[in-house]
Design a protein around this ligand. Structure first.
Ligand SMILES: Cc1ncc(COP(=O)(O)O)c(C=O)c1O
Length: 381
């Protein structure tokens, strides 16, 4: 049984996929060590290095699995029993990184940040001074709260203390500026299904030269970076990589490079700002303050007395549109609207505002008719 309609994917991911990328999935099957396939793998590694702005001597590849698999590769190769880790926890995914570091035996201290706010780099500096952590974990774009953490400043502070910077760029890579070389990021992982515009199932991963020098023995087999390097670089069998997913990600990265990274970041910013202007005109507000907001994921406060599940159901059934719910302590309190990759278009910005107006009206929240779409259109002009 297959779906019969194209859902408008405006949740926290997956996002919409360009027809070119869907077609790439159907390219002829190759085995994971076919000479033609390894050429595609090499090309993909080079593209990932460019998109992450990787320093010389990095190793970039795509891990089989979703974003969480990239998280596990990064943690399991840099954290071993006794490793001192400082985890910045400003939401659900920062907490997942901290939990994973504990599972791998790390002595984890946290910088806890109110959900909906970005971390203050000075708080990181203070904690680093106290804990002498060897690894700092940080979520660049915290999808659970819609907050952008000041990654460059955090990396600078970590470098002052000679700590490695382990970065979750699942909701930022391809949508927000990220410069592994310029900012001094040591390990970065992302996902295929958000700003990069491919199906889920692969996790781009980058290890910089310092991280490669400081690898710890990995307890896992599937996540062992040395074995993964042997596969990607020396063509030694490790696991049967999905060729179709690699084709799709390659095509998606080709689109990213055709658009140009800066242009793509600017597109995400422009559409976020138009969407935010529309929300304001409707009497709605975003959870994070101006200056700490993601362009890729909008965390909208659910108006007082409105049942968020009923609104999301209305959008799905009447408008064929998916948006996300709040996670953890924000369940029922926010909607999460993703404008990422192929889902970040002017048409979808206005369509979402119009549909939201209708869905909220059905629950008794009356925004001025057409005000959201009009404000967004004006902002886009
Ligand atoms: C910031 C962040 N990190 C990690 C993950 C986990 O990724 P996945 O669900 O692809 O495993 C997500 C998923 O949305 C995320 O938003």
């Amino acid at each position: 049984m297959l779906p019969s309609t194209e859902r408008l994917l405006l949740g926290p991911g997956p996002s919409l996929i360009a027809p070119r990328v869907m077609r790439a999935l159907g390219a002829p099957m190759l085995s994971h060590l076919d000479p033609d396939f390894v050429v595609i793998m090499d090309d993909l590694r080079a593209r990932l290095e460019r998109i992450c702005r990787a320093p010389e001597g990095s190793f970039a590849f795509a891990m089989s699995g979703t974003g969480t698999s990239g998280m596990e590769v990064a943690v399991s190769n840099l954290v071993q029993p006794g490793t001192r880790v400082l985890s910045i926890v400003s939401g659900y995914f920062g907490d997942r990184l901290a939990q994973m570091s504990v599972r791998y035996g790390g002595e984890v201290e946290k910088v806890a940040v109110d959900w909906g706010r970005a971390v203050d780099p000075d708080a990181v500096r203070t904690m680093l001074g106290k804990t002498r952590a060897e690894v700092v974990t940080v979520v660049h774009a915290e999808t659970s709260t819609g907050v952008l953490n000041p990654l460059e400043a955090i990396a600078t502070v970590a470098r002052e203390h000679d700590a490695l910077v382990l970065v979750d760029a699942v909701t930022s890579l391809g949508g927000h500026p990220l410069d592994a070389d310029g900012w001094g990021l040591d390990a970065v992982y992302s996902c295929s299904q958000k700003c990069l515009g491919s199906p889920s199932g692969l996790s781009p991963v980058l290890f910089g030269p310092l991280a490669l020098e400081r690898l710890v023995p990995c307890r896992g087999f599937y996540f062992d970076l040395e074995l993964l390097e042997d596969y990607w670089l020396k063509r030694k069998y490790h696991h049967t990589m999905s060729a179709s997913l690699i084709y799709a990600l390659s095509e998606a990265l080709t689109i990213v490079e055709e658009e140009g990274l800066e242009a793509r970041w600017a597109r995400h910013e422009r559409h976020h700002r138009a969407f935010a202007a529309g929300l304001e005109a409707m009497g709605l507000s975003l959870l994070p303050p101006e200056g700490e907001r993601l362009w890729t994921l909008n965390a909208i406060r659910v108006p007082e007395g409105i049942d968020d599940a009923a609104v999301r159901k209305h959008l799905l059934t009447k408008h064929n549109m998916e948006i996300g719910a709040g996670l953890g302590p924000l369940a029922g309190k926010i909607f999460r609207v993703g404008l990422m990759g192929a889902s970040s278009t002017p048409e979808l910005v206005t369509a979402c505002l119009t549909a939201l107006e209708d869905a909220l009206a059905a629950q008794g929240f009356r925004a001025p008719a057409g005000a959201g779409a009009a404000a967004a259109t004006a902002a886009l002009a």
